[in-house]
Design a protein around this ligand. Structure first.
Ligand code: FHN
Length: 711
């Protein structure tokens, strides 16, 4: 798919899905199943795609301008404040992590009495901090509703204090210019029709009579009452990852939201394609207006996509009285700046206490952020991603202003010599630099032009603001940055020989390079035809403007030639792999596994977990892997929890530790023939995932064929 269309495929597919689901697409079959298959963007005309793009751009305009929002996780779980039966590590998942039976947890409803809840104070704190929107949990996984629902008594109306939290906050947000949004969990540990039951309560809380279709109707009814009553600007779904929720469910819920409120934004967790905690949904036809990385900031953002990193201020979403791991105001602001510099939004969480007050640590940070945003908010709101390569001393955000562009340079590390060296660009300057927050008469900073046209801003000896300082440089036209040369190569390792090409990456100039590790100069070879590598080589390259002036970031990369490992002499005649099972409460792969006796040994024809593999278990898959020809082989290992892949005794992928269903990759050079294969996986509690794909250079990752596995 062309890059431009690919760049918005998440939302376009989603919009087209709704278009199709509402009968707007050509020859759309009646049922949603086939509509899901037609949300492949290529199935629609350019005119429809353009219309969907325009509709989505209109819907997202305020959200893209906002850049910053407040997340609020609040509910009955704030009452125990993370403590239960002597443990103090719980959060909003306490009913599950403390294994509280439903009847016992239900008693919290009678204790719900947030007498100090002040929606106006919350909204004012958000507005002052520059948080343009606020997302409140109308219902988290425990199913308790912070508003009087017409479809359950498991809500505030049935508690000691029947105030409509959602309604009061929606009004307060409107009063203070903050867009009100709701988080609504699909997963529901209270509703009798929701499946599956939590594993630990399945035996004591029967699923007999549970009807997931009836639950879907309940979910749709609640979403409808929330949208019609409170008009949230964003519907932030979550809890979509369990087996009962499918793409068809997501499509129906997405279409409901589109029909109820075409202007309402819906996140990607309405659908099932989120890739674990990195939050991106790259599957064709995935639904949602934006991606939702969680507790992490994507290294390079996702150019052309809308995404929002949601993160906590300490270690918990819901209130935990024992959690003192508060991030500093500087760290929170650096997150905001880093995310904005990559074109994303920052959704920063507050977990209010049971009485309805924000923890003082959270208030202190919000006020610190507010003071900085009061001075520097223009460098965040309405900006777009940096146009430069990563800056060693800070970040950059960009704002177009008609025939000029302002480059906001966020300085984390203040230059000792007062000279802020700017990244190279070909634009003409439109005046001096502006130092945000500096006193009048001292807020202008001259831009020095060194002999090599290396621009630097002359700054005062000391920064003027805490946390981060912003130097605004306005240039004529749209940005024309010089970036590091583009290197086209198969990878950083190769077998035999490898060709690589260098291309300039800027408004003009030519690339000069060296292959001996020396610094390239104006007399170094000029990049042109492919460069053939036959040995391990350190490449250094940079763009030279006007033939002599080095501009933009330099490349310094080593390409390693690998000698393929010879086949093993180990004989293996039986199909499949031997699987050794070990019981235990693992948090990593034990170092002494070779010395341990397995509790059971079986075989498996392929690399797949047995059904109901259970918790507190480790599986070791051993045997040989038949490699078809000499070459470099790449492995993609996805697991929840930890896993380690070793071939011929070498660690190829180390994905050890406790984590959600995420992937890691590794590479090894192998000669044709059999190679010893050793894949260890373990699950402590909760989700269990194991998948391994491999591919040679240039091929697509595929599962390892059973015929290639023997023991
Ligand atoms: O399970 C939830 C968790 O409690 C919290 O709400 C986060 C916030 O995005 N979402 C889920 C974990 O991915």
């Amino acid at each position: 798919m062309p890059a431009a269309r690919r760049s918005r495929s998440l939302a376009i597919a989603a919009s087209l899905a709704a278009l199709a689901a509402c009968g707007g697409a050509p020859s759309t079959p009646a049922d949603t199943t086939s509509v899901a298959s037609t949300t492949n963007v290529a199935a629609f005309t350019p005119k429809e795609i353009a219309a969907a793009q325009k509709e989505q751009d209109q819907r997202m305009a305020w959200w893209r301008e906002a850049r910053f929002g407040m997340f609020v996780h609040w509910g009955l779980y704030a009452i125990p404040a993370g403590a239960w039966n002597g443990a103090t590590h719980h959060g909003e998942w306490i009913r599950d992590t403390a294994r509280i039976p439903l009847q016992e947890y239900d008693q919290l409803q009678a204790q719900w009495n947030p007498t100090a809840f002040d929606a106006d104070a919350w909204a004012q704190l958000a507005a002052a901090a520059g948080m343009k929107y606020l997302v409140l949990t109308s219902k988290h996984h425990d199913g308790f509703c912070l508003y009087p629902s017409g479809f359950t008594d498991w809500d505030v109306a049935g508690s000691k204090n029947s105030r409509d939290i959602v309604g009061e906050l929606a009004s307060a947000c409107a009063k203070h210019g903050v867009k009100f949004c709701t988080y609504h969990s699909i997963m529901d540990w209270h509703h009798p029709d929701y499946l599956p039951r939590r594993p630990w309560e399945a035996a004591t809380r029967s699923a007999d009579g549970a009807d997931f279709r009836r639950f879907e109707s309940y979910l749709h009814a609640q979403v409808t009452e929330i949208v019609q009553r409170y008009r949230p600007a964003v519907m932030w779904f979550d809890g979509e990852w369990e087996s009962t929720w499918t793409h068809q469910h997501g499509l129906r819920l997405w279409s409901l939201c589109r029909a109820l409120a075409p202007e309402m934004i819906v996140n990607n967790r309405v659908d099932v394609h989120r890739a674990g905690m990195n939050g991106f949904s790259m599957a064709e036809g995935a639904l949602g207006d934006f991606h939702t990385p969680e507790q992490e900031i994507p290294a390079n953002g996702l150019p052309g996509q809308d995404w929002e990193s949601c993160m906590t201020m300490n270690g918990h979403w819901g209130w935990n009285a024992a959690d003192g791991s508060w991030k500093s105001t500087t760290a929170l602001l650096h997150n905001l700046i880093d995310i904005a510099s990559k074109g994303g939004n920052y959704l920063l969480n507050v977990g209010p206490r049971a009485d309805g007050t924000f923890p003082p640590e959270a208030v202190e940070r919000l006020q610190g952020i507010a003071a900085w945003m009061k001075v520097c908010g223009e460098a965040i709101h309405g900006t777009t991603a940096s146009v430069f390569d990563p800056l060693p001393w800070g970040r950059c955000t960009v704002k177009a202003n008609g025939d000029t562009t302002t480059l906001y340079f966020h300085v984390f590390d203040w230059p000792r010599d007062g000279q802020l060296v700017l990244p190279a660009f070909a634009n003409e300057l439109a005046g001096d630099a502006r130092l945000l927050g500096a006193p009048a008469g001292h807020d202008r900073a001259p831009i020095a032009d060194s002999a090599t046209r290396q621009l630097s801003v002359v700054l005062p000896r000391q920064p003027v603001l805490p946390h981060a300082n912003v130097v605004a440089v306005t240039v004529k036209g749209t940005p024309r940055p010089y970036r590091a040369p583009i290197v086209e190569a198969d990878g950083d390792a190769f077998v035999g020989t490898m060709a690589l090409r260098l291309r300039a990456n800027g408004p003009d100039g030519e690339v000069r390079y060296t292959l001996d590790g020396s610094e390239p100069g104006a007399a170094s070879p000029r990049a042109g035809d492919a460069i053939q590598l036959t040995a391990t080589t350190r490449l250094r390259a940079q763009t030279f403007a006007g033939g002599t002036r080095p501009v933009g970031a330099a490349i310094d990369r080593t390409f390693t030639k690998l000698e393929p490992l010879p086949p093993t002499k180990q004989r293996a005649t039986q199909p499949g792999l031997r699987v050794e099972r070990f019981a235990g409460d693992f948090s990593k792969v034990p170092d002494d596994l070779d010395a341990r006796q397995p509790d059971a040994t079986t075989t498996t024809p392929s690399i797949a977990l047995p059904a109901n593999v259970g918790e507190r278990v480790l599986l070791r898959h051993r045997g040989v892997l038949a490699v078809p020809k000499d070459g470099l082989y790449h492995f993609v290992l996805t697991s929840d929890d930890g896993s380690v892949l070793r071939i011929d005794g070498q660690t190829v992928v180390d994905h050890d530790g406790l984590h959600g269903p995420t992937e890691k990759r590794g590479t090894i050079a192998l000669m044709a023939g059999d190679h010893t294969f050793d894949l260890v996986w373990f699950n402590r509690t909760g989700g269990a995932t194991l998948a391994l794909q491999w591919h040679a250079h240039g091929a697509a990752p595929v599962a390892i064929d059973a015929a290639a596995l023997r023991h």
